[in-house]
Design a binder for this molecule. Structure first.
Ligand SMILES: [Zn+2]
Ligand SMILES: [Zn+2]
Length: 579
């Protein structure tokens, strides 16, 4: 695992170097990226771990600029800088550079001489031995390029919801007002807001499929049309994402939307229920099994209704008890983004955030929040700019001075206190007492045994001032599984200590996940849905955390930061129940 992750980062840096080279950038800058790539490729320690512990700049050759890029890449799986560099060179070149070993010069050569603009075309050309006709490419090299190009095309990574959903919404936004489009929705796992997405599927209701096909395949964001039929088409976007569209007759739209939203196991259970009722359910509608008479299908609601079920939000459709609950009219009333009254996990320039306290507060107010907690890192996270005891007091004075300016909005002075490897919190009692809200996190010692980690979390939860346990497993989706921890025991203890547990809304964390969020609710633990924003732009991640909460059946009453300010304050001030 380690080798792959470090290799990904090294390849990303090589990609930057290649693009800079094509642009004729400074040879020193290019060399710096190559040197950093070489170092990281040969390291044995996991780069994600080093990043989590804020030690990237300890790697020789990695300065603030490269370290910020690595961090962005590890967090989101993408790098904005790389995308924008890619746009400054000939179309297709950036994609070709993803093939390791091809290199800038050869990429330019095959692009210019053979008109190759994608990895797929490169594979084709190598198979047809068109590459070794070019100067400087021998047969051995051609074989190597083919091997590496195939490896790139076979790297089928699932997309983060935080990448797939905005892409789907962009397409929906661009087509919604088209005269041929009656309705348009993302379907599949995007509609169910799963943490990762396989395919981006969009459904359209229309009587004029031809016009929809034309509009979709000529969208300005379509870089390549992969397929175009009479009712289905696929494009590759500028951001290299495949988006599939399917046009449905308006009278069948409800049944199609239900069918293509899934999940598979929810649909199987639903079809079995239909059969028991003498009905037949398919993507084309709901039919009487004997007479084949069509009973419904224009809307999803009528399908669920005819089956005797309450309509249920797509997030619940995983066959985890939602059908039984809908039959008995006891579906949860899921928490919504508008129920969230504040964000309890925000970073500023005081530690590793990129904006000021004022900017973060103003962004929170703009979202309609009533309160927000500034929770910068604690002192032992030196490289992440953790606050010394003196800085905590300074920051407290600053925040007190700002309260009047933003009233009635309330700024809570908090801290993301590191749980040290020995289980102690990172500040002494006197400093901890200064905060309005103490939240605790594990940021290091990921390799410890489960017993050790359990012990650390348990002693942090038992601390009378702890109010929230952040990102409880430490996972980064697709990059690291997190530390070993007995979550069941952690949640039981959190329930006893009346401590909330975070659903961290960063798209690559979503930690707790949906399954554990539901378990937390069952055990009576409050959830805290936080953006963990490191800049004002991150406050919008809240929607992904809310999605996880909804998939975990959480209601407004189960969420700490859905409490009105006065009730939140009395909870924060109350002393803990005995352990
Ligand atoms: Zn953290
Ligand atoms: Zn944080």
């Amino acid at each position: 695992m380690t080798a792959i992750r470090n290799k990904d980062v090294a390849e990303m840096l090589e990609g930057i170097a290649d693009l800079l080279e094509l642009k004729g950038d400074s040879i020193y800058r290019i060399a710096a990226y190559r040197e950093a790539a070489r170092r990281i490729d040969s390291m044995t320690e996991d780069i994600a771990n080093i990043d989590a512990e804020g030690r990237l700049e300890e790697i020789p050759g990695v300065g603030p600029s490269i370290s910020a890029k690595i961090d962005e890449y590890l967090r989101t799986g993408h790098l904005g800088y790389l995308d924008s560099l890619g746009k400054q060179v000939a179309p297709g070149l950036a994609e070709l550079l993803r093939v390791p070993g091809l290199g800038a010069r050869r990429a330019e050569l095959v692009n210019k001489e053979l008109g190759i603009k994608s990895v797929a075309e490169l594979v084709e050309a190598a198979r047809e031995h068109r590459l070794d006709k070019l100067p400087g490419i021998r047969e051995k090299m051609e074989e190597k390029i083919l091997r590496e190009a195939l490896r790139v095309t076979q790297r089928t990574k699932r997309l983060l919801l935080g990448v797939a959903l905005p892409a789907a919404e962009e397409v929906v936004g661009l087509l919604r007002d088209h005269p041929a489009v009656k309705r348009i929705d993302p379907a599949g796992s995007i509609r169910r807001m799963k943490e990762t997405i396989g395919d981006i599927d969009i459904l359209v209701a229309s009587d004029r499929p031809k016009d929809v096909m034309e509009a979709f395949t000529t969208l300005p964001i379509a870089r390549e049309v992969l397929a175009k039929g009479t009712t289905r088409a696929s494009i590759l976007t500028e951001a290299n994402l495949q988006i599939d569209i399917r046009v449905i007759k308006p009278e069948e739209y409800g049944s199609a939307l239900q069918y293509f939203s899934g999940s598979k196991s929810h649909n199987i259970a639903l079809r079995e229920l239909a059969i028991r009722r003498g009905l037949k359910l398919s993507e084309y509608g709901l039919f009487d099994d004997r007479s084949d008479k069509r009973l419904g299908g224009r809307t999803e609601e009528e399908i669920y209704e005819i089956l005797g079920l309450d309509w249920m939000p797509p997030e619940l459709r995983e066959n985890r008890g939602e059908i039984e609950a809908a039959l008995e009219h006891r579906l949860p009333k899921l928490v919504e983004e508008k129920d969230i009254l504040g964000d309890l996990h925000l970073h500023t320039k005081w530690s590793d955030g990129s904006d000021t306290v004022e900017a973060m507060v103003e962004a929170a107010i703009k979202r309609g929040y009533k309160y927000a907690a500034i929770t910068d890192h604690s002192r032992s996270l030196g490289v992440a700019g953790g606050l010394s005891d003196e800085e905590v007091r300074e920051q407290r004075r600053l925040i007190e001075g700002l309260q009047d300016k933003y009233a009635p909005f309330r700024i809570l002075h908090g801290s993301e206190v590191n749980i040290r490897t020995d289980g102690n919190l990172d500040y002494d009692e006197e400093t901890l007492r200064l905060f309005d809200i103490v939240t605790v996190s594990i940021h290091g010692g990921f390799g410890q045994t489960r017993e050790k980690i359990d012990g650390r979390i348990s002693s942090a939860l038992r601390h009378p001032l702890t109010r929230v346990l952040n990102h409880p497993t430490g996972r980064l989706i697709g990059k690291r599984t997190g530390y070993a921890v007995d979550l069941e025991e952690v949640l039981k203890l959190a329930a006893r200590m009346d401590t909330a547990v975070e659903i961290n809304a960063q798209p690559d964390r979503l930690d707790l996940d949906d399954i554990w969020a539901r378990r937390a609710k069952q055990l009576g633990v409050m959830g805290a849905i936080d953006s963990d924003a490191h800049s004002t732009g991150h406050l919008g991640f809240m929607r992904y955390g809310v999605a996880v909460a909804r998939r975990g059946w959480l209601e407004k009453k189960d969420v700490l930061n859905a409490l009105p300010l006065n009730r939140l304050l009395s909870r924060l001030h109350s002393s803990k129940k005995a352990a």
